[in-house]
Design a protein around this ligand. Structure first.
Ligand code: B12
Ligand code: SF4
Length: 508
């Protein structure tokens, strides 16, 4: 029997260790490691659970290593890119310390590449898609002394080759126990965000649905969940969020759902519940540009009244052909309508865009970065509390646009180890965006447009004190530049970059 097979016999073991590696290269706020909390939920009471978040748990490596003796397995969560790198580094330490302990990977990336992930020495078993039920069944197989032969939605290594079991249909998330927040160090995560990310209020995340009915051609969700969506009942969301707010003394809750607004009836009931419970919080959630402006006025009122501070809108493009190419199912007119609805109901909006979608070699892009900046200016003219973020297109596996990018010459990573270096922040060689365009995005979208059309936050921030007059001067200059499109000799930008770290406009 090979070493790997021996690892599947975990009879008598009582601990389950879950590790959440740092998810992304570069600077991001700490979003709570809900993925490992959700998969731990059904195991509570039966196993000793150890949840370790690389960003939050002090001495995280030893926290994993010192719990291996009695471990059924170690679970590692990962999206594509840097998180794999950190996950492999931990898997390597685990292998050296306790070669018998099976390592189970879950999350978006392993789910898209179960076989390739199992081929890596860093992994024995992959949980494909939703993890709540699958992970419990994997644990039950291992503690019964056998590989997860009968577990739907998983893949595993054997000496004869990798076995991929039948897929598991989407589980209604109301059937899953509530996420054990108490196993994550929520207060420390909040404290770190306040200290290192200069957040002034106590914020954490809540996950109220899985999947999305959309079919955007750059998004992994449609591939993984086959355009299905499952949401927690409104009563449960209200009850759990209320308890969370009271336990952790929260000021803001960010919903980490792919599509929080998929069901208007549910959203209405959630808002009514927050109001009835007297919750004095702000909340933020993601909306599709084609649905939010179609919400009924009375529901939009409730959304604002219950504390919705901001909706995050994946607008992506303002060009008809591009929106068609990416199957967004929304038009530029939808984006403008959503901005107007946000303005009329006193809700902030963060519109995210993507530049550099693939186009055939030798042909010009349908939409240039400058076109996007011009459209963003229109949005800001409608509503100054519209924040915007332009991402550079990174083809994510399992999507039609990934396949198109490969067709147009993108080099595909071929192993888990190669995917570890697939990071949007470091992929400076993107074929469809020139380095000068990246600089222009940073300069115009990150500085000139926010100063030309200052949000209420900025206006308050600079309303008085010594910063008032420099702000007015920069505002005047930025507005003149935005109106004329003249961004050369950007002295004020150079000064800003030299003295100010970070941005005035975080996404949420
Ligand atoms: C919070 C978040 C982030 C956070 C943290 C990432 C993280 N891993 O949590 C931050 C802000 C850092 C981030 C950054 C980015 N993100 Co992001 N993000 C999200 C978001 C909104 C929520 C994730 C979450 O907490 N979900 C809640 C948990 C409960 O669900 P889950 O993660 O799906 O976990 C379930 C299963 O996957 C599985 N599972 C997960 N882990 C494990 C582990 C084990 C052991 C098991 C058994 C099962 C299991 O079980 C869970 C319960 O069913 C998702 C969209 C979404 N709604 O899921 C995008 C998403 C993960 N992000 C995505 C992307 C593309 C990005 C960016 C590249 C965006 C950008 N252009 O900059 C960056 C950078 C990433 C990088 N590689 O450098 C993609 C990932 C696609 C992919 N192939 O990996 C997603 C899916 C959005 C999308 N629909 O395309 N993101
Ligand atoms: S709306 Fe968002 S989550 Fe849904 S398919 Fe499009 S990008 Fe993905």
């Amino acid at each position: 029997m090979s070493d790997r097979m021996k690892r599947y016999d975990r009879r008598g073991k009582k601990k389950v260790v879950l590790f959440f590696p740092t998810p992304a290269y570069g600077h991001y706020r700490i979003e709570l490691a809900l993925a490992i909390a959700v998969v731990a939920a059904p195991l509570e009471g039966e196993y000793d659970l150890v949840l370790v978040d690389e960003r939050v748990t002090p001495d995280y490596e030893n926290e994993v290593l010192r719990n291996l003796d009695d471990a059924v397995c170690v679970g590692i969560s990962s999206i594509t890119g840097y998180q794999i790198k950190r996950g492999i580094a931990m898997a390597d330490r685990i292998r050296r310390a306790a070669p018998d302990v099976p390592i189970v990977w879950g999350g978006y990336h392993p789910s898209l590449f179960p076989e390739q992930t199992c081929e890596s020495l860093a992994c024995d078993i992959v949980c494909i898609g939703q993890g709540d039920v699958t992970f419990k069944e994997i644990i039950e197989s291992l503690t019964a002394g056998k590989p997860p032969e009968e577990v739907l939605g998983c893949a595993y290594w054997t000496p004869e080759g990798i076995v991929v079991n039948e897929p598991r249909p989407l589980t209604n998330i109301n059937e899953v126990e509530r996420a054990p927040y108490h196993l994550l160090d929520v207060n420390r995560a909040i404290g770190l965000n306040m200290k290192e990310n200069h957040e002034s209020i106590r914020t954490t995340e809540f996950h109220s649905s899985q999947g999305c009915p959309g079919k955007c051609g750059y998004c992994a969700d449609a591939q993984l969940y086959k355009r299905r969506w499952t949401g927690l009942d409104a009563e449960r969301v209200v009850e759990e969020v209320t308890e969370l707010v009271r336990t952790y003394n929260l000021d803001q809750v960010n919903f980490s759902d792919a599509n929080f607004f998929a069901n208007q009836k549910r959203v209405k009931a959630i808002c009514e519940g927050f109001i009835a419970n007297g919750l004095k919080i702000r909340w933020v959630a993601s909306a599709r540009p084609d649905t939010f402006h179609r919400y009924k006025p009375e529901v939009l009122e409730l959304i604002r009244e219950s504390g919705c501070k901001r909706v995050i809108v994946g607008a992506e493009s303002a060009s008809g052909p591009v929106l068609e190419l990416i199957s967004k199912g929304a038009t530029a007119e939808d984006h403008l309508k959503t901005a107007r609805v946000c303005r009329d109901y006193g809700i902030g909006g963060t519109f995210t865009f993507i530049t550099g979608f693939p186009h055939a070699p030798g042909t010009p892009p349908e939409e240039t970065t400058q076109d996007l900046l011009d459209f963003i200016e229109k949005l800001k003219q409608i509503h100054p509390d519209i924040r915007t973020k332009i991402f550079v297109f990174t083809p994510y596996p399992g999507t039609p646009l990934y396949d198109l990018s490969v067709q147009y010459g993108m080099k595909e990573p071929r192993s888990l180890e190669e995917w570890a270096d697939y990071n949007p922040a470091t992929m400076m060689e993107s074929q469809w965006v020139e380095p000068w365009e990246r600089q222009m995005i940073e300069k115009v979208n990150g500085f000139y447009l926010p100063f030309a059309y200052p949000s209420s936050y900025m206006q308050q921030h600079f309303a008085s004190g010594p910063k008032k007059w420099p702000f007015r001067l920069v505002h005047g200059l930025a507005l003149a530049r935005a109106r004329t499109g003249f961004y050369r000799l950007p002295l004020e930008w150079v000064l800003f970059k030299t003295f100010k770290k970070g941005t005035f406009e975080p996404i949420a």
